[in-house]
Design a protein around this ligand. Sequence first.
Ligand SMILES: *[C@@H]1O[C@H](CO)[C@@H](O)[C@H](O)[C@H]1NC(C)=O
Length: 343
Amino acid sequence: MALNHHPQNILKLVMAIIGLCLAISDHINLVQGELQTLTHHPVAKVQDSADGLLSFLVVGDWGRKGTYNQSQVAFQMGRIGEKLDIDFVISTGDNFYDKGLIDEHDPAFEDSFTNIYTATSLQKPWYTVLGNHDYRGNALAQLSPLLKLKDSKWVCLKSFILDADIAELFFIDTTPFQDNYFTDPGDQVYDWRGIFPRREYLSNLLKDLDMALRESTAKWKIVVGHHPIKSNGHHGDTQELVAQLLPILQANDVDFYINGHDHCLEHISSQDSPLQFFTSGGGSKAWSGDMSAINSEATKFYYDGQGFMSMQITEVDVQVLFYDVFGRALHKWSTSKWLYSIL
Ligand SMILES: *[C@@H]1O[C@H](CO)[C@@H](O)[C@H](O)[C@H]1NC(C)=O
């Protein structure tokens, strides 16, 4: 028999075709490098689920084994975190000074993180990105699943999406954007594993972000990175991000960009769009008096001491607060979207 129509052989052929299709689609996913999506549904909060309140704290530039007021900031975060019944914490990077972690077994992980943020209210997921100082150590160590075994609240990826129902948060790996880390690294050695070819890494990341933002149906879109787009602090604006990232945020109606890197707390508004810029980089050593002051007309708040930020989000409004080392509210700002939702 030349043609074998035995059902078993047809089944084998179908299985082989399905297998081939799966292999191809796997490959396509790999090539596109789509951003991994985590979900955070605040279902555990019974009393809040009715009004759909999402709240979290933001801290950056912190890991100094408790010194430079890191422990004081941590204590106040615990207090405010309890008061606001937070869902999670965001770390804007520079998690471990001065050169990230040596490896997964580096005791700095416990000394600067687990043994510092001990309050009950802070035992929530910490959604974390890497800063330039983290890249000066073993950058991949901070992404290791071993750290999550040591401390289950640690969630660190290079770039990822967090779906939290009413808000969607897009975490972006901003360090590889900055040209002078590559062209003029000085004495610094960066762990660029996984970044090369750099041009492709950056263009894939921006393409994936653009696509994910365009597809997002969340009420509030928030982008988080280590480096500021706009800042009055020591580092000032990051030109690479102004040129490459900002147009994507504006084109997709992103509400907020949140960052660290400059060791201060600040709020800068936009002249030409509703986009707000928040810097929360006051987790430990602050740079008092070190300003570049180039966004003065749009600056709503600037504080050069230590502290952190909170954000409370509902379907219709958002409230942002900045706090100092004594837990005092320094700046309060809110916005509402209810007018748009009626239309
Ligand atoms: C700790 O915070 C206080 C109050 O802002 C400040 O006066 C002091 O200089 C800070 N200490 C350090 C080491 O940064």
